[in-house]
Design a protein around this ligand. Structure first.
Ligand SMILES: Cc1cc2nc3c(=O)[nH]c(=O)nc-3n(C[C@H](O)[C@H](O)[C@H](O)COP(=O)(O)OP(=O)(O)OC[C@H]3O[C@@H](n4cnc5c(N)ncnc54)[C@H](O)[C@@H]3O)c2cc1C
Length: 476
């Protein structure tokens, strides 16, 4: 019987545990233990239900295009609970000089693919519009070196596109800055398009035309009762008593043939370990085993974020603009990074006739927000919503969630670092790494990383897996 420890009970660790359980049921000779330092499983996946509102403290959905999370939901019996975003209502605004300006139709991530909406959009100055036209003639380019997302998009569309679109989009997803994040790690598809087509506009237009023959799928998928459903269903599927809550692992040691895992005064031996915690925490656990690996892991930086949910009555609901919400460029000088009109983005989120607004603050440029009291954070948010949307009414409810060092920042050179991490990890038999620090920070990427970690562990223990081969991530 092989014993495997999973350290960290967020969605990455839970996905690894799920995969281990499937293998065990299929006859693999294994036992597993899931260590979680907090009193609950799920990590940043947490849903609260308050007075009929379904409030997401962390992620509210996952990208439909990346199937790993939806597939896992189906496997734990949630097929009929999957819901998709109301894409008929999909409209997003950017705050420009205090006013909300709709992102023009045809803007695919940061790339304009429709001429007229771009030409008439007040989002861009004449200079940027001319750059958009000129970009169509950009020559192919195969860059040898990584660069920042800001440098890449500035080369194509100029500074304004970076400030008004790229930066706010990335701060909404990573809590990070376009001037720090690696284009190869964060937007590899655009790097590929530049090398094959030169112009991103022409390339995206061509792929849009190709895609027009297949019906568009809604962009986001979630669950009727919130993301917590996914956590609860996975936990129900695990063997009872495999999860050790309130149990922080404070050391792991590779010995001659096995691993010693220590949590407080208790230690246990395992044949393999899946470390599914943030990379910086993983660095501390691995310091004694491989200082080089620990140093690489420690240099993956993390940003913090704060989400604020506000419930409102019918009156506020009736005068919100249509759409999913808005993004706030740093140059606007606000604390808000992004705001979602949750009841317009997804069904089942607010009681009939009421509104749920969710705001994001923090990110790498505003870590200080974590030090402020909840009351003050709500006041900052209310003041800014009053300035931007004219909301004077007091909310029916408010909730503040702080996520310290939760969002990995894939900085320039990230892919090369992953390669070094993989090589160093290979020197420690039975060790696998999972989590949002490596091959993607979205929920589907984390699911894939947990499952890939199990494949790696099985291979290193010489066990055959019964699990379908999830596309193996680089690191696992
Ligand atoms: C506010 C916010 C909004 C987001 N929105 C979206 C979204 O809409 N869509 C999307 O796809 N992604 C989103 N993400 C990203 C995504 O949710 C995360 O990247 C992902 O959930 C991380 O999962 P994880 O298991 O790797 O890490 P975590 O959720 O951080 O879990 C790690 C777990 O390890 C435990 N732990 C740490 N150290 C130890 C130790 N020594 N011993 C034992 N246990 C330990 C922690 O307590 C925690 O439970 C969002 C993230 C945040 C913070």
């Amino acid at each position: 019987m092989k014993r495997i420890a999973v350290i960290g009970g967020g969605i990455s660790g839970l996905s690894a545990a799920f995969s281990l359980e499937q293998n065990r049921r299929a006859g693999a000779p294994i036992q597993y233990v899931l260590y979680e330092s907090s009193p609950r499983l799920g990590g940043v996946l947490l849903t609260e239900r308050v007075d009929g509102f379904v409030i997401e403290a962390g992620p509210d959905s996952f990208l439909t295009e990346k199937q790993y999370a939806a597939d896992l939901c189906r496997r734990v019996g949630l097929a009929d609970q999957l819901i998709t975003s109301n894409d008929a209502e999909r409209k997003t605004y950017i705050l420009v000089k205090g006013k909300l300006v709709a992102i023009p139709e045809g803007l695919m991530f940061m790339v304009p693919t429709k001429i007229l909406p771009t030409v008439f959009s007040p989002l861009f100055s004449l200079g940027t519009k001319l750059r958009v036209a000129r970009e169509c003639f950009q020559a192919r380019r195969k860059a040898d070196l990584d660069e920042t997302v800001a440098a890449f998009f500035e080369r194509h569309y100029g500074r304004e596109m970076v400030e008004r679109v790229a930066d706010p989009l990335l701060s909404g997803i990573y809590g990070g800055e376009a001037s720090q994040l690696s284009v190869r790690a964060v937007l590899p598809r655009f790097v590929e398009l530049e090398s094959t087509h030169g112009s991103l506009g022409r390339a995206m237009l061509a792929s849009r035309r190709k895609a027009e023959s297949t019906p568009a799928r809604p962009l986001f998928t979630s669950l009727k009762s919130g993301m917590q459903q996914m956590v609860d269903a996975i936990v129900n599927d695990l063997l009872p008593a495999t999860a050790r809550l309130n149990t922080r692992v404070d050391a792991i040691h590779r010995r001659e043939v096995d691993w010693l895992v220590s949590a407080g005064a208790k230690s246990d031996t395992f044949d393999a370990v899946v470390v599914a915690i943030p990379a910086q925490a993983a660095a501390r656990l691995l310091q004694a085993n491989s200082p080089e690996l620990a140093s690489e892991l420690a240099s993956i930086h993390y940003g913090s974020s704060v989400t604020v949910a506000l419930g409102y009555d019918q009156e506020v609901r009736s005068y919100l603009p249509p759409g999913f919400g808005f993004l706030v460029p740093r140059s606007e000088g606000k604390s808000l990074l992004a705001t979602t009109f949750v009841h317009q983005k997804f069904p089942y989120r607010a009681p009939e006739g009421q509104a749920l607004i969710r705001c994001f603050l923090g990110g790498t440029s505003n870590e200080d927000i974590l030090q402020i009291s909840e009351k003050e954070i709500v006041q900052i948010v209310r003041n800014e919503l009053r300035e931007i949307l004219g909301i004077h009414a007091a909310p029916l409810l408010s909730r503040v969630y702080r996520w310290k060092s939760s969002m990995a920042q894939y900085e320039v050179g990230h892919l090369e670092r992953l390669e070094r991490i993989k090589n160093l990890r290979n020197q420690l038999p039975g060790l696998a790494l999972a989590g949002n620090g490596y091959d993607g920070i979205g929920v589907p990427d984390c699911v894939r990383s947990g499952m890939s970690a199990v494949l790696h562990v099985f291979a290193s223990l010489g066990l055959a897996t019964t699990e379908p081969a999830a596309k193996v991530s680089q690191t696992a």
